[in-house]
Design a protein around this ligand. Structure first.
Ligand code: G3D
Length: 179
């Protein structure tokens, strides 16, 4: 029965892939998570602890953890790292002032031994807003070119309308299927 179950799961692609969604508070993490689920913007409140949801992308099953981004909660991020395959870093593309903090948090996080095999998807959110930074600017500020030992990708998006999010799910699926 166990073997049959394993084979059926392989055929139907039911292996789960763990994803953590991180980023500073107000970046749009929760809005993005619920856009992935409902394709509609929802009323959010600051995440205390975490939200976890299951999402299927053409039979590929992702378990997504949205982790609170307030300063007091960032120290707890590492308790979510174990077995993470993809780290989604949500950036508020209008928040130039805090991009340095985002950069420090990103590189600190990627140095953690539990994330050595994790890929990175940066969502450059709030592209609908005037003066938002471009993908090139964000990539440069975050020094993404220094990340050479893992897959990474930057996707511009708007969580309110969902623009850019299907492409990010496609990238995630392509990554886990290839690995
Ligand atoms: P967080 O989970 O990262 O803390 P939220 O962030 O998802 O709670 O979003 C914070 C605020 O940003 C919310 O506004 C939300 O509607 C808004 N937001 C999220 N994504 C976008 C986007 O792409 N464009 C714009 N213009 N706003 C966005 P409120 O007003 O509820 O605080």
């Amino acid at each position: 029965m166990g073997l049959l179950y394993t084979k059926l799961m392989a055929v139907f692609g039911d292996k789960e892939h763990k994803v953590i969604i991180v980023g500073l508070d107000n970046a749009g993490k929760t809005t993005i998570l619920y856009q992935f689920l409902t394709k509609e913007a929802v009323q959010t409140s600051p995440t205390i602890g975490s939200n976890v949801e299951e999402i299927y992308v053409r039979k590929t099953r992702f378990i997504m953890w949205d982790i609170g981004g307030q300063e007091s909660l960032r120290a707890t991020w590492n308790s979510y790292y174990c077995e993470t395959e993809i780290v989604i870093l949500v950036v508020d593309s209008t928040d130039r002032e805090r991009l340095t903090i985002t950069k420090e948090e990103l590189h600190h996080m990627l140095a953690h031994e539990d994330l050595q095999n994790a890929a990175v998807l940066v969502l450059a959110n709030k592209q609908d807003m005037k003066g938002s930074m471009t993908v090139a600017e964000i990539s440069k500020y975050l020094t993404l070119n220094s990340i050479t030992a893992r897959s990474w990708h930057v996707q511009p998006c708007c969580a309110l309308t969902g623009e850019g999010l299907p492409a990010s799910l496609d990238w995630m699926r392509t990554h886990v299927v290839a690995n």
